[in-house]
Design a protein around this ligand. Structure first.
Ligand code: DAS
Length: 340
């Protein structure tokens, strides 16, 4: 084992979630309080972690991730940029609740230029649980953050031994420790017995990584609503969002389709310059351009939650009041960000 002082240094930034959660007994896995333990306590449960990297724990917050907001993304993005600019660190890992981990990860991917590894992880069982998954996930995330082969791959997510790209990872299970998948593109690699293995090289920078760096730390992003399409969906839901939001993401049926009445309603907004992105509630497969929806922006491979993050940042970077220019800019962003 390398002597501790020659090991790379990784920042471990803790934001809360189940990984820092506490239940009343070791047998309780479902009912617990998320975001309780401080980062030092989480590190105490990791004997041997000092053989992977030197770790500097940073307590950013201790929130259940359902309470994380775009304002928090801004503060977090700024903090990450500061840490990454520090030459003492070769990379960073973040602990985060799994419920909105994919949104924070994609936000960070869009605002942090690809370079030093940024690796998010979480847990599906509280820290007090029998067979808690948090400690091993932290060990694996730190190993990836310290790994030269992880450089330049954009923001990553490591859970249950799988290494996933932030843009592709989605939470697919309410309870399983195998909670995240990249359904179409698959995982980038695995951590086997603490050692990261990537299946391919990193010669291609991930699409859009760092594309919205100009907005790092920007606390106010435009409001974008998600509308979930369903049979007989009332039009006033669409009307409500059209009156308040600056952009809408439709979690459509199948290949991003919607009831005709909803389509008509959304078109009134689009005519006035409000962009609407079509995604799918199915959870997998691309949403393709379609003649009948030519005025909508196709979300491609992006889930509704990720399309919302991209639309918020895309509207923020459009820097023009001209609706045609804005729409062209957004179409380009989605063409790149949403491709397989
Ligand atoms: N409530 C969840 C959250 O903080 C717990 C978790 O999955 O971490 O996102």
């Amino acid at each position: 084992m390398a002597s501790t002082s020659t090991l790379p240094q990784v920042a471990l930034l803790a934001t809360g979630g189940t990984i820092a959660g506490v239940a009343s007994t070791p047998l309780e896995q479902i009912s617990y309080q998320a975001g309780v333990l401080p980062v030092e306590r989480m590190l105490e449960s990791l004997p041997g972690i000092d053989g992977v990297a030197r770790i500097a724990g940073v307590q950013w917050g201790n929130l259940p991730s359902e309470n994380i907001t775009p304002k928090d993304w801004a503060v977090l993005g700024k903090k990450c940029a500061e840490i990454l600019a520090n030459p003492d660190f070769c990379g960073m890992a973040l602990t985060h609740g799994t419920d909105t981990l994919e949104e924070t990860a994609f936000y960070l991917d869009l605002v942090l230029p690809p370079g030093k590894p940024v690796v998010l992880t979480g847990a599906m069982r509280p820290a007090t649980s029998l067979s808690a998954d948090g400690p091993i996930n932290i060990r694996d995330a730190v190993a990836v953050a310290a790994c030269p082969a992880a450089y330049g791959r954009g923001v990553l997510l490591v859970m249950n031994g799988r290494i996933l790209a932030a843009r592709a990872a989605v939470k697919v299970s309410t309870l399983d420790v195998e909670a995240f998948r990249a359904l179409e593109s698959g995982c980038l690699g695995r951590v086997i017995n603490g050692e990261p293995h990537f299946y391919h090289g990193n010669e291609h920078a991930p699409p859009l990584s760092g594309a919205c760096a100009a907005l790092t730390g920007q606390p106010e992003l435009p409001r974008v609503d998600i509308l979930y399409a369903c049979a007989g969906m009332p039009e006033d839901l669409a009307r409500h969002s059209l009156e308040r939001a600056q952009g809408i993401v439709l979690a459509g049926m199948g290949n991003g389709s919607m009831p005709q009445r909803i389509c008509r309603e959304l078109r009134t907004g689009m005519t006035a310059g409000l962009p609407v992105v079509r995604t799918s509630r199915t959870g997998s497969g691309p949403v393709t351009p379609l003649e009948e929806y030519a005025d909508f922006i196709p979300g491609g491979m992006l889930s509704a939650a990720k399309a919302r993050v991209l639309l918020m940042l895309g509207l923020g970077t459009a820097q023009s009041d001209d609706a045609i220019f804005r729409l062209r800019h957004l179409r380009q962003l989605f063409a790149v960000g949403g491709k397989l």
